[in-house]
Design a protein. Structure first.
Length: 267
Protein backbone atom coordinates (compact mmCIF):
# COMPACT_ATOMS: atom_id res chain seq x y z
CA UNK A 1 0.00 0.00 0.00
CA UNK A 2 1.43 3.41 -1.00
CA UNK A 3 1.42 6.47 1.26
CA UNK A 4 -1.42 7.98 -0.76
CA UNK A 5 -3.51 4.83 -0.51
CA UNK A 6 -2.87 4.69 3.22
CA UNK A 7 -3.94 8.31 3.59
CA UNK A 8 -7.09 7.67 1.60
CA UNK A 9 -7.87 4.66 3.79
CA UNK A 10 -7.40 6.59 7.04
CA UNK A 11 -9.11 9.83 6.09
CA UNK A 12 -11.79 8.41 3.82
CA UNK A 13 -14.15 11.00 2.42
CA UNK A 14 -12.80 13.90 4.47
CA UNK A 15 -10.37 14.94 1.73
CA UNK A 16 -10.50 15.47 -2.01
CA UNK A 17 -8.01 13.79 -4.35
CA UNK A 18 -5.80 16.89 -4.43
CA UNK A 19 -5.84 17.10 -0.65
CA UNK A 20 -4.93 13.39 -0.45
CA UNK A 21 -1.89 14.12 -2.60
CA UNK A 22 -0.80 16.97 -0.33
CA UNK A 23 -1.30 14.82 2.75
CA UNK A 24 0.77 12.02 1.21
CA UNK A 25 3.55 14.48 0.46
CA UNK A 26 3.51 15.81 4.03
CA UNK A 27 3.75 12.29 5.46
CA UNK A 28 6.74 11.48 3.25
CA UNK A 29 8.54 14.70 4.23
CA UNK A 30 7.95 14.04 7.92
CA UNK A 31 9.17 10.44 7.75
CA UNK A 32 12.34 11.50 5.93
CA UNK A 33 13.20 14.33 8.34
CA UNK A 34 15.28 12.82 11.16
CA UNK A 35 15.23 16.05 13.18
CA UNK A 36 11.44 15.83 13.45
CA UNK A 37 11.60 12.22 14.64
CA UNK A 38 14.23 12.96 17.30
CA UNK A 39 12.12 15.68 18.89
CA UNK A 40 9.03 13.48 18.78
CA UNK A 41 10.88 10.64 20.50
CA UNK A 42 12.03 13.04 23.22
CA UNK A 43 8.42 14.09 23.76
CA UNK A 44 7.30 10.46 24.02
CA UNK A 45 10.02 9.83 26.64
CA UNK A 46 8.70 12.74 28.71
CA UNK A 47 5.17 11.35 28.40
CA UNK A 48 6.41 7.98 29.68
CA UNK A 49 7.98 9.67 32.72
CA UNK A 50 4.74 11.58 33.28
CA UNK A 51 2.70 8.36 33.30
CA UNK A 52 5.23 6.62 35.55
CA UNK A 53 4.75 9.34 38.17
CA UNK A 54 1.05 8.52 38.28
CA UNK A 55 1.91 4.83 38.53
CA UNK A 56 4.02 5.28 41.68
CA UNK A 57 1.74 7.89 43.27
CA UNK A 58 0.76 6.51 46.70
CA UNK A 59 -2.60 7.96 47.68
CA UNK A 60 -3.48 5.15 50.10
CA UNK A 61 -1.56 6.95 52.84
CA UNK A 62 -4.56 9.28 53.10
CA UNK A 63 -7.40 6.78 52.68
CA UNK A 64 -10.11 9.17 53.86
CA UNK A 65 -9.22 11.59 51.04
CA UNK A 66 -7.85 9.21 48.41
CA UNK A 67 -11.01 9.19 46.28
CA UNK A 68 -11.32 12.99 46.35
CA UNK A 69 -7.64 13.55 45.51
CA UNK A 70 -7.79 11.04 42.64
CA UNK A 71 -10.68 12.89 41.04
CA UNK A 72 -8.89 16.23 41.46
CA UNK A 73 -5.85 14.71 39.77
CA UNK A 74 -8.11 13.65 36.90
CA UNK A 75 -8.72 17.32 36.07
CA UNK A 76 -5.05 18.14 36.60
CA UNK A 77 -4.30 15.36 34.11
CA UNK A 78 -6.84 16.79 31.66
CA UNK A 79 -5.17 20.19 31.85
CA UNK A 80 -1.70 18.68 31.47
CA UNK A 81 -2.85 16.65 28.46
CA UNK A 82 -4.16 19.87 26.96
CA UNK A 83 -0.79 21.57 27.48
CA UNK A 84 0.98 18.60 25.89
CA UNK A 85 -1.43 18.88 22.97
CA UNK A 86 -0.75 22.61 22.61
CA UNK A 87 3.01 22.01 22.71
CA UNK A 88 2.84 19.35 20.01
CA UNK A 89 0.52 21.53 17.92
CA UNK A 90 2.76 24.61 18.06
CA UNK A 91 5.81 22.54 17.15
CA UNK A 92 4.42 20.26 14.45
CA UNK A 93 1.08 21.71 13.27
CA UNK A 94 1.57 25.47 13.41
CA UNK A 95 4.62 25.41 11.05
CA UNK A 96 2.83 23.15 8.52
CA UNK A 97 2.04 25.95 6.05
CA UNK A 98 5.41 27.66 6.52
CA UNK A 99 7.14 24.33 5.85
CA UNK A 100 6.25 24.70 2.17
CA UNK A 101 8.90 27.42 1.99
CA UNK A 102 9.67 28.96 -1.36
CA UNK A 103 7.77 26.11 -3.04
CA UNK A 104 4.48 27.59 -1.80
CA UNK A 105 4.17 29.39 -5.14
CA UNK A 106 3.61 25.97 -6.72
CA UNK A 107 0.55 25.48 -4.49
CA UNK A 108 -0.70 28.96 -5.36
CA UNK A 109 -0.45 28.37 -9.09
CA UNK A 110 -1.79 24.81 -9.00
CA UNK A 111 -5.48 23.87 -9.37
CA UNK A 112 -5.57 22.98 -5.66
CA UNK A 113 -7.86 25.30 -3.70
CA UNK A 114 -6.52 26.94 -0.56
CA UNK A 115 -9.35 25.30 1.37
CA UNK A 116 -8.25 21.79 0.30
CA UNK A 117 -4.64 22.69 0.99
CA UNK A 118 -5.28 23.91 4.54
CA UNK A 119 -7.73 21.14 5.47
CA UNK A 120 -5.18 18.55 4.39
CA UNK A 121 -2.76 20.16 6.87
CA UNK A 122 -5.44 19.98 9.57
CA UNK A 123 -6.21 16.27 9.12
CA UNK A 124 -2.50 15.46 8.92
CA UNK A 125 -1.95 17.03 12.33
CA UNK A 126 -5.20 15.98 14.01
CA UNK A 127 -4.80 12.19 14.00
CA UNK A 128 -1.37 11.92 15.73
CA UNK A 129 -2.20 14.69 18.22
CA UNK A 130 -5.54 13.09 19.09
CA UNK A 131 -4.09 9.59 19.46
CA UNK A 132 -1.18 10.78 21.63
CA UNK A 133 -3.31 12.78 24.05
CA UNK A 134 -6.10 10.19 24.23
CA UNK A 135 -3.59 7.50 25.19
CA UNK A 136 -2.02 9.85 27.75
CA UNK A 137 -5.38 10.75 29.30
CA UNK A 138 -6.88 7.26 29.37
CA UNK A 139 -3.69 5.63 30.70
CA UNK A 140 -3.24 8.23 33.46
CA UNK A 141 -6.88 7.93 34.57
CA UNK A 142 -6.60 4.14 34.64
CA UNK A 143 -3.45 4.34 36.77
CA UNK A 144 -5.17 6.76 39.13
CA UNK A 145 -8.35 4.67 39.33
CA UNK A 146 -10.65 7.71 39.03
CA UNK A 147 -14.45 7.58 39.04
CA UNK A 148 -15.97 5.92 35.92
CA UNK A 149 -17.83 9.15 35.16
CA UNK A 150 -14.53 11.01 34.77
CA UNK A 151 -13.14 8.17 32.65
CA UNK A 152 -15.87 9.03 30.15
CA UNK A 153 -15.78 12.83 30.43
CA UNK A 154 -12.00 13.22 30.02
CA UNK A 155 -11.58 11.32 26.70
CA UNK A 156 -14.58 13.12 25.19
CA UNK A 157 -13.11 16.45 26.31
CA UNK A 158 -9.81 15.53 24.65
CA UNK A 159 -11.59 14.93 21.33
CA UNK A 160 -13.13 18.41 21.40
CA UNK A 161 -9.87 20.00 22.56
CA UNK A 162 -7.94 18.23 19.79
CA UNK A 163 -10.19 19.66 17.09
CA UNK A 164 -10.05 23.12 18.69
CA UNK A 165 -6.29 23.32 19.24
CA UNK A 166 -5.24 21.70 15.96
CA UNK A 167 -7.71 23.89 14.06
CA UNK A 168 -6.43 26.98 15.86
CA UNK A 169 -2.80 26.04 15.18
CA UNK A 170 -3.48 25.34 11.51
CA UNK A 171 -5.45 28.55 11.02
CA UNK A 172 -2.97 30.81 12.81
CA UNK A 173 -0.11 29.09 11.02
CA UNK A 174 -1.75 30.12 7.74
CA UNK A 175 -2.34 33.68 8.97
CA UNK A 176 1.23 34.15 10.18
CA UNK A 177 3.45 32.07 7.88
CA UNK A 178 7.25 32.38 7.73
CA UNK A 179 8.29 30.86 4.43
CA UNK A 180 11.89 32.03 4.86
CA UNK A 181 12.43 30.26 8.21
CA UNK A 182 15.33 27.80 8.32
CA UNK A 183 13.53 25.26 10.54
CA UNK A 184 10.12 24.71 12.17
CA UNK A 185 11.43 25.84 15.57
CA UNK A 186 11.85 29.37 14.25
CA UNK A 187 8.25 29.35 13.04
CA UNK A 188 6.98 28.06 16.40
CA UNK A 189 8.85 30.85 18.20
CA UNK A 190 7.44 33.61 16.01
CA UNK A 191 4.72 36.11 16.92
CA UNK A 192 2.05 33.78 15.56
CA UNK A 193 3.37 30.87 17.62
CA UNK A 194 3.33 32.93 20.82
CA UNK A 195 -0.20 34.13 20.01
CA UNK A 196 -1.31 30.53 19.51
CA UNK A 197 0.15 29.36 22.83
CA UNK A 198 -1.51 32.25 24.66
CA UNK A 199 -4.91 31.47 23.16
CA UNK A 200 -4.38 27.74 23.69
CA UNK A 201 -3.65 28.17 27.42
CA UNK A 202 -6.73 30.37 27.84
CA UNK A 203 -8.87 27.83 25.99
CA UNK A 204 -7.61 24.93 28.10
CA UNK A 205 -8.29 26.81 31.34
CA UNK A 206 -11.82 27.72 30.23
CA UNK A 207 -12.62 24.15 29.16
CA UNK A 208 -11.25 22.62 32.38
CA UNK A 209 -13.31 25.06 34.47
CA UNK A 210 -16.48 24.45 32.46
CA UNK A 211 -16.05 20.68 32.83
CA UNK A 212 -14.78 20.76 36.40
CA UNK A 213 -17.78 22.37 38.05
CA UNK A 214 -20.52 20.02 36.75
CA UNK A 215 -18.31 16.95 37.14
CA UNK A 216 -17.44 17.82 40.74
CA UNK A 217 -21.08 18.56 41.48
CA UNK A 218 -22.12 15.19 40.09
CA UNK A 219 -19.51 13.34 42.16
CA UNK A 220 -20.49 15.16 45.37
CA UNK A 221 -24.16 14.33 44.90
CA UNK A 222 -23.24 10.74 44.06
CA UNK A 223 -21.10 10.47 47.20
CA UNK A 224 -23.93 11.79 49.35
CA UNK A 225 -26.44 9.63 47.48
CA UNK A 226 -28.68 12.60 46.85
CA UNK A 227 -30.73 13.31 43.70
CA UNK A 228 -29.68 16.30 41.61
CA UNK A 229 -32.38 18.96 41.26
CA UNK A 230 -33.74 19.85 37.84
CA UNK A 231 -32.38 23.40 37.89
CA UNK A 232 -28.88 22.34 38.87
CA UNK A 233 -28.98 19.51 36.35
CA UNK A 234 -29.85 22.03 33.61
CA UNK A 235 -26.94 24.25 34.68
CA UNK A 236 -24.58 21.27 34.58
CA UNK A 237 -25.76 20.32 31.09
CA UNK A 238 -25.36 23.94 29.99
CA UNK A 239 -21.78 23.96 31.26
CA UNK A 240 -20.95 20.81 29.28
CA UNK A 241 -22.63 22.23 26.16
CA UNK A 242 -20.77 25.53 26.55
CA UNK A 243 -17.43 23.68 26.63
CA UNK A 244 -18.37 21.78 23.47
CA UNK A 245 -19.63 24.94 21.72
CA UNK A 246 -16.47 26.92 22.53
CA UNK A 247 -14.28 24.08 21.22
CA UNK A 248 -16.23 23.74 17.98
CA UNK A 249 -16.32 27.52 17.46
CA UNK A 250 -12.55 27.78 18.01
CA UNK A 251 -11.95 24.97 15.51
CA UNK A 252 -14.16 26.37 12.75
CA UNK A 253 -13.23 30.03 13.23
CA UNK A 254 -9.54 29.18 13.24
CA UNK A 255 -9.79 27.17 10.02
CA UNK A 256 -11.97 29.70 8.21
CA UNK A 257 -9.63 32.49 9.21
CA UNK A 258 -6.67 30.55 7.84
CA UNK A 259 -8.42 29.77 4.55
CA UNK A 260 -9.34 33.45 4.08
CA UNK A 261 -5.74 34.48 4.78
CA UNK A 262 -4.37 32.05 2.19
CA UNK A 263 -6.97 33.08 -0.40
CA UNK A 264 -6.10 36.75 0.14
CA UNK A 265 -2.41 35.88 -0.27
CA UNK A 266 -3.17 34.12 -3.53
CA UNK A 267 -5.15 37.08 -4.83
Amino acid sequence: MTERQAAAYVYGGFLTDSAHAILSKDVKVFLRDVSQWSQLLLLLALVAVYLYNFRVLDLERIPYMAGFVKNIYAFVNLGMAGFVMATVAVRFVFPAVSAEGAAFWIIRTSPVSMRDFLWSKFWTGLVPVLVLTEVLTIAANELLGVDPFLKVVAPIAIVFLSFALVGLATGLGARYPRFTADNPSQVAGSYGGVAFMTLAVLLIIVIVVLLGWPSTTYLIYQLRRMPIGGGRLAMMAGSFLAAAAISIATWLIGMRSGVRALEAMSD
